[in-house]
Structures are given as structure tokens and as C-alpha cells.
Design a protein around this ligand. Structure first.
Ligand code: SAH
Length: 347
């Protein structure tokens, strides 16, 4: 019964923890000690906080819980990619992915359970959005992958992309809090330049990010620079139109001077003509940008099909001719449903 009343200790700031100890007749610095255990040392129980007295630990235990994630299942792909099924304190599951390359280890993390957007080519869209993740649930996914990277690849995590389940900008405050923790010396001390937030494009929130002077990188899942087509594959585009998106990105660039990356899948019969290419080139003109042509990862029903190599080449040639950086990215972890757009709690 009592359990229900206990507060999640990781919802407290360092200052609030310090105040908690003072109001309990103890020293403020105890708050710092606990804060370090919770965030730098990722402690999941009060028992391990050995620089606190037994009484203090019991007192914490009586007042708080430490909600934490649990990696329920870990799958390894033949290409080295690792997918974690992560169980949250309320038994909901999200997925995160570790992607190793020669020079980096990238964590692909989730920001929501399910997703409220309705991209027709994405498996996560078929799960309804159940809830936003808390900052610590996002942070914990990163810590779990950092540990796996050290264990299996002998090196720390080097990059983070918010390209797992959910739309990060629809969980703006918690994503920013998690990134603060990941980048602060209290947490993992990672450079924000190594973090990319990927969004389907919510113009109002892109402007807000610019105003908030965030230091991480921005990627936009564009997939088409023609309104009619984009709306047919990403229905929310009817509400957040391309011109609105473009204006917000212009604002972002003016404020941050940070290059924008566009993610783009080319599908047969959808966006594989020269007209589509020209529209993309035009869309990219206002600021330095980079286009990642990503491979389509089929999701069951076969409605969408990856375009031919000739169509991809058409994109590459036109973009290069117009001095827009373009990369063609092959997906990783397909054999374990860990690739972009395949995260749907299947295993
Ligand atoms: N909601 C955010 C982040 C999650 S999606 C966003 O939209 O950016 C991560 C990337 O995977 C996006 O670029 C998305 O468009 C892409 N994606 C979704 N389904 C895919 C699929 N089946 N194959 C390839 N990429 C896909």
C-alpha cells in the first residue's frame, strides 16, 4: 500500500535533493552524493550507496523509489547491431539500438512508447502512442547502450540519434532534459555535437529549439518536397505544410548556423521521378544541408517498395550537381527488425 506514495527520486533536481536532506536535519552535501549515485553511477538501489550510513539509506528507501529500465531482451544482428527491448517501470516496452561501425558506436534511442504521428511506411506508427518517456528513461537507454558498447566493442558510446520509437519533438521537455543530463558533467559528459534529434518536422517546435539555442544537431525526415505526395505518405503534413516547415528551418539556420540533415527514402512510383528530385533540390537551397538517402526497410504488407538504383542515382547526381552533400546509407540490423522504421516490439 505504502509503495504507491513513494516518489520517484530521479524526478528531483540536485537542488531539491539537497533541500530534502536539509529539511531532514542532515547536510546538503548528502544530496550531492545521492545525485552522483543516481546519475553518474546509474545506481538502481539505495543499498549500493556505500558512502551513506545505513540509517540514511533506509530513510531514502522509505521515502522514494528508483524507477529504472530493464533490458528485457537483447538481440544481436549478424552485422553487429544490437537491439534492446527495454521494459519500463510500468511494464511498457520500448526499443533502442546500438549501431557499431569501424570508428563509432551510435545509440538509436526512443522518446515515446509508440508514436502519435501516422507515417504510412513506419512500423512504429502502427502502435498507438501510449505515453511519453521520462528524462531518466531516455537517459537509461543511453547508459545501457554505453555499457554494451564497452562490453562488446571495448569502447564507449560515441554518438546518439533520436531515431527510435516516437517523435522527439512531441516530447520536447523530457527530451531536452535527457539531453541536458547526457551532456552535463553530472551525467555522461557527452558533447551535444554528437547528438542528433530527428523529427518528422513540427514547425512550431523547430522554432522553439532555435529560440532555446540547443546545441545538438537536427535531422528532418522529409521523404518528399511536394506537399501532395508528402501528405499522402505522412498525413500530418496536411497540418504542418512544407512551406511552414521550410520557414521554421530557415529560422533554425539563421539562429544556429547548424546544417540541416534531411532523411529521405526513395520509393518506386511515389517519389522517384525527376520532378521529385528537382523539388528536393529546390527545398534544400535556403541553407547548407545534407541529404541522407536511406534504404527502405519493408514492413510487412508490401505497399511501399524501394526505388531502383537508377532512381537513386538520379537523386545523387542532381544533388551533387547542385552542391548539396548526399550520402546513400544502407540499413543495419535488418535481420532482427532493428532498422529504421522497424521498431514495433515484435520480438
Ligand atoms: N519521429 C522521428 C524519429 C523516428 S523515425 C522522425 O520521424 O524523424 C527515424 C527515421 O526512420 C525517420 O527518418 C523515418 O522517416 C525513417 N523510417 C521510418 N520507417 C522507415 C522504413 N520502413 N524504412 C526506412 N526508414 C524508415
Amino acid at each position: 500500500m505504502e509503495e504507491i506514495k513513494k516518489k520517484d527520486i530521479r524526478a528531483l533536481t540536485r537542488e531539491q535533493l539537497r533541500e530534502f536532506f536539509v529539511s531532514n536535519g542532515d547536510k546538503a552535501f548528502r544530496g550531492n552524493q545521492v545525485y552522483e549515485w543516481l546519475w553518474q553511477k546509474a545506481a538502481y538501489s539505495f543499498d549500493v550507496m556505500t558512502n551513506l550510513s545505513k540509517e540514511t539509506r533506509e530513510m531514502l528507501e522509505a521515502n522514494f523509489v528508483i524507477n529504472h529500465i530493464k533490458v528485457d531482451q537483447m538481440q544481436r544482428s549478424s552485422d553487429g547491431t544490437i537491439k534492446n527491448a527495454v521494459r519500463l517501470h510500468d511494464d511498457l516496452i520500448v526499443e533502442s539500438v546500438l549501431i557499431p561501425t569501424k570508428s563509432r558506436t551510435t545509440a538509436c534511442v526512443s522518446s515515446q512508447v509508440g508514436c502519435s504521428l501516422d507515417c504510412r511506411f513506419c512500423a512504429t506508427a502502427r502502435l498507438k502512442r501510449m505515453r511519453n518517456l521520462n528524462p531518466d528513461e531516455i537517459y537509461d537507454q543511453v547508459v545501457a547502450i554505453d555499457n554494451e558498447s564497452r562490453l562488446y566493442f571495448d569502447r564507449p558510446l560515441s554518438n546518439i540519434v533520436f531515431m527510435g520509437m516516437g517523435e522527439p519533438l512531441m516530447n520536447y521537455n523530457n527530451v531536452l532534459k535527457a539531453i541536458d543530463k547526457i551532456t552535463s558533467s553530472d551525467g555522461l559528459g557527452m558533447s551535444p555535437k554528437r547528438i542528433t534529434v530527428s523529427t518528422s518536422g513540427v514547425p512550431k517546435l523547430i522554432r522553439k529549439m532555435a529560440d532555446d539555442e540547443v546545441k545538438f544537431k537536427l535531422a528532418v525526415s522529409l521523404h518528399s518536397a511536394v506537399d501532395e505526395i508528402r501528405t499522402s505518405i505522412m498525413p500530418f503534413n496536411a497540418k504542418f505544410t512544407l512551406s511552414d516547415l521550410r520557414e521554421s528551418l530557415q529560422y533554425w539556420y539563421q539562429k544556429t548556423k547548424s546544417r540541416i540533415t534531411y532523411e529521405y527514402v526513395v520509393w518506386e512510383g511515389i517519389n522517384d521521378t525527376q520532378k521529385d528530385v528537382d523539388a528536393l533540390v529546390e527545398f534544400c537551397r535556403f541553407a547548407p544541408s545534407k541529404v541522407n538517402l536511406i534504404e527502405y526497410n519493408p514492413i510487412d504488407d508490401g505497399e511501399f517498395k524501394q526505388a531502383s538504383n537508377a532512381a537513386i542515382d538520379r537523386y545523387v547526381n542532381s544533388l551533387e550537381r547542385n552542391k548539396i552533400t548526399v550520402t546513400v546509407r544502407r540499413s543495419r540490423g535488418k535481420d532482427i527488425d532493428a532498422a529504421c522504421g522497424q521498431l514495433a516490439n515484435k520480438s
